[in-house]
Design a protein around this ligand. Structure first.
Ligand SMILES: [Zn+2]
Length: 77
C-alpha cells in the first residue's frame, strides 16, 4: 500500500525570503512576482509596521550585499 502525501511545495518569497506557496501572494510582505499586491503594512499598527518594514528591508539589504560588488574595484582607484 502506497500513500502519497503531497506536501505543499514552498518557494522562497523573493522579497522577504519567507517560504510561500508558489503562485500565491506572500502573506508576509504582500508581494507577488515582484509587485506589491497586498498592502500588508496597512493592516498593522505602527509598532508592528515598523517591525515588518525592518524585516523586509533587512532581507533586501542582505540580498544586495551578496552581489560581488567591487570593494576591490573601489579601492583600486
Ligand atoms: Zn514576502
Amino acid at each position: 500500500m502506497h500513500i502519497h502525501v503531497k506536501a505543499p511545495v514552498l518557494t522562497k518569497c523573493p522579497k522577504c525570503g519567507k517560504p510561500v506557496l508558489p503562485h500565491v501572494v506572500c502573506l508576509n510582505c504582500g508581494y507577488y512576482k515582484g509587485a506589491e499586491v497586498i498592502d500588508v503594512l496597512k493592516k498593522l499598527d505602527r509598532k508592528e509596521r515598523k517591525k515588518k518594514e525592518k524585516e523586509i528591508e533587512g532581507k533586501e539589504e542582505k540580498e544586495t550585499a551578496k552581489k560581488p560588488l567591487s570593494w576591490e574595484g573601489l579601492s583600486k582607484k
